[in-house]
Write a protein that binds this ligand. Structure first.
Ligand code: NCD
Length: 312
């Protein structure tokens, strides 16, 4: 089987099929099974260039850790004020430079369309690490991988997605990704944070979902509760944020109503939407999910950088 990921861009989860996911999952399984010594040979001497115009902890560090674990290195900009971006350098010029210094680029930017644009000017593969409110495809890959590992399957799951469905880009990538599977999705949010109407049409073509504002309607039947942060920084008006802040808090009381084997996921960072006493319960999988993210990103980098990797 040829490696279709070799030298490709990862811009939107919509560009990937179920077969692609199977290939990335199998590659991730293999990376996890390799000894550290063997992993260190996979991308020896390769350079990952990261451009983070927005804050990040897990995404940036997991890409750094992933390339380092495969013998490569990373360089990048995570503090825009200390780079020439601060002097007014354009995204296009910054990306062009970065594609000279590195073998693969990872970009996070506040604008929708930023990664697609970067891929057009870059001579190297571009991976979207979050583009505005639009998408966060590698997060969705890690989320789907987590479902498969922690629930043993994706088909047949009842999945509740709760929180900020309007501005949360992880939600859109996850929904587009889930559109490849036979799942039952319940969207739960305050009225003002329902999924954007311009995306509903597209999501409906691929997925069955219902919408509600009340988690208690669904809690006892869910296999998975995917919790998201209210994206304060994306609200045009802080007053609107204050109205919905703290709308849902997942605590032990709610866990008591869940199926015994239901799991709780969250792309992180969490602010106050999951209370910390949930962390020690067997339902919590968000830290495991973050760990899988590092391996899934390593698998993806390996596929993009090396033609002879067996996909799937
Ligand atoms: C998410 C993001 O940046 O969209 N973070 C992440 O990469 N895990 C979610 C968030 O910021 O709430």
């Amino acid at each position: 089987m040829t490696n279709e990921f070799y030298h490709s861009d990862i811009i939107s989860i919509k560009d990937l099929s179920r077969t692609h996911f199977d290939q990335i999952f199998a590659a991730t399984d293999r990376i996890m099974e390799l000894s550290p010594e063997r992993r260190r040979n996979l991308c020896r001497g390769r350079v990952l260039g990261s451009l983070f115009y927005e804050p990040s902890t897990r995404t940036r560090l997991s890409f750094d850790a992933a390339i380092a674990s495969m013998g490569g290195s990373s360089l990048g900009i995570s503090d825009v004020s200390s780079s020439s971006i601060h002097k007014g350098e354009s995204l296009a010029d910054t990306v062009r430079m970065m594609s000279i210094y590195s073998d693969v680029l990872v970009l996070r930017h506040a604008l929708d369309g930023s990664s697609r644009f970067a891929s057009e000017v870059s001579s190297k593969s571009v991976i979207n690490a979050g583009s505005g409110t639009e998408e966060h495809p590698t997060q969705a890959i890690q989320d789907l991988y987590t479902l498969r590992r922690e629930k043993g399957r994706i088909d047949g799951l009842k999945i509740g997605i709760i929180g900020d469905l309007k501005y949360g880009r992880t939600v859109y990538s996850l929904l587009y990704g889930l559109g490849n599977y036979d799942v039952d999705v319940r969207l739960i949010s305050p009225e003002s944070l329902r999924i954007r109407s311009d995306s509903v049409y597209e999501i409906k073509k691929r997925l069955d979902f219902s919408e509600s504002t009340d988690i208690s309607e669904h809690i006892d039947e869910l296999d998975v509760l995917y919790v998201t942060r209210i994206q304060k920084e994306r609200f045009p008006d802080v007053e609107e944020y204050i109205k919905v802040k703290g709308s849902y808090v997942v605590g032990l009381d709610l866990l008591g109503q869940m199926k015994k084997d239901a799991i709780i996921m969250h792309p992180l960072p969490r602010v106050d939407e999951i209370s910390s006493d949930v962390d020690d319960t067997p339902h919590a999988r968000y830290f495991k999910q973050a760990e899988y993210g590092m391996y899934a990103r390593a698998a993806l980098l390996n596929l993009i950088l090396n033609q002879d990797v067996r996909p799937g």
